[in-house]
Ligand binder design. Structure first.
Ligand code: FES
Length: 250
């Protein structure tokens, strides 16, 4: 397969960027989009040109590092699939595929397709730690969690922090991300002791760096972990609940 790749190139943060056009003539349908970029980089290196900088680690949908916009869509054409799991077979022979970094004010471009996503880390950091007794391991049944709560907490804990929800949102909101973190800790006993304090701090930090929820819902379609839109309601619920608990940790 022959594909035309339009790639965003930017040398450093704050520098002017530009699109470069390249051709890959030996792409195969089973290649992932990251393997397509690898193929392009081999060509560039063979021609003594700088390879395209992009991030990846696990290449199996776990680490959340591989986020890029593909033809204007976070991660690529398939809903709820990370860039490392998107394939060349979803494009036509001769088609142009545009790769850009995630576009959001909260994610400044570091180089080419790599953005600084530490704004998400700062939301987590604001949440602080949980006061779990770190003594001898307790018997499993001493902390009881219902099966339903455990399953729901695990569903929200599946967020891989890739930032696709922020890139998909016209307002650059991080509600889906923040809601998934708040929800999974609010559902299990270990997270209940600092529940209100954590909600206040995380929501304040989120609002400091990210935009307001657009209420459009693109974030859930882009999310590779399929975090449900109900995570957004969790942000509002935990914020209001924390307001009634003013001055209290839980
Ligand atoms: S490289 Fe880890 S999720 Fe894509």
């Amino acid at each position: 397969m022959r594909l035309i790749l339009e790639i965003w190139r930017q040398d450093r943060p704050g520098a002017d960027g530009r699109y470069e056009t390249h051709e890959v003539v030996d792409a195969t349908p089973e290649m992932s989009l990251l393997e397509l970029l690898d193929r392009l980089n081999h060509q560039l290196v063979e021609n003594n040109t700088d390879p395209v900088a992009f991030e990846s680690d696990c290449r199996e949908g776990i680490c959340g590092t591989c986020g890029v916009d593909v033809n204007g869509v976070p991660h690529g054409p398939r809903d709820n699939v990370p860039a490392c799991g998107q394939h060349v077979r979803d494009f036509k022979d001769g088609q142009t595929v545009r790769f850009e970094p995630f576009r959001s004010k909260a994610f400044p471009v570091l180089r080419d397709l790599i953005v600084d996503r530490t704004g998400l880390d700062r939301i987590i950091q604001a949440g602080g730690t949980i006061a779990v007794d770190a003594g001898t391991a307790p018997d499993a049944e001493t902390v009881q969690v219902t099966h339903d709560d455990a399953e729901r907490a695990l569903d929200f804990a599946a967020c891989i922090g890739c930032g696709a929800c922020v890139s998909a949102c016209p307002n650059g909101a991080a509600y889906l991300f923040t809601g998934s973190k708040l929800a999974h800790l609010a559902l299990i006993p270990h997270g209940k002791q600092e529940r209100a304090k954590r909600a206040r701090a995380m929501v304040d930090q989120m609002e400091h760096e990210f935009g307001p929820c657009s209420q459009i819902g693109e974030c859930a379609l882009a999310c590779p972990a399929e975090i449900p839109l109900s995570a957004i309601a969790v942000v509002n619920r935990e914020r209001i609940r924390a307001g009634f608990k003013k001055g209290k940790a839980n």
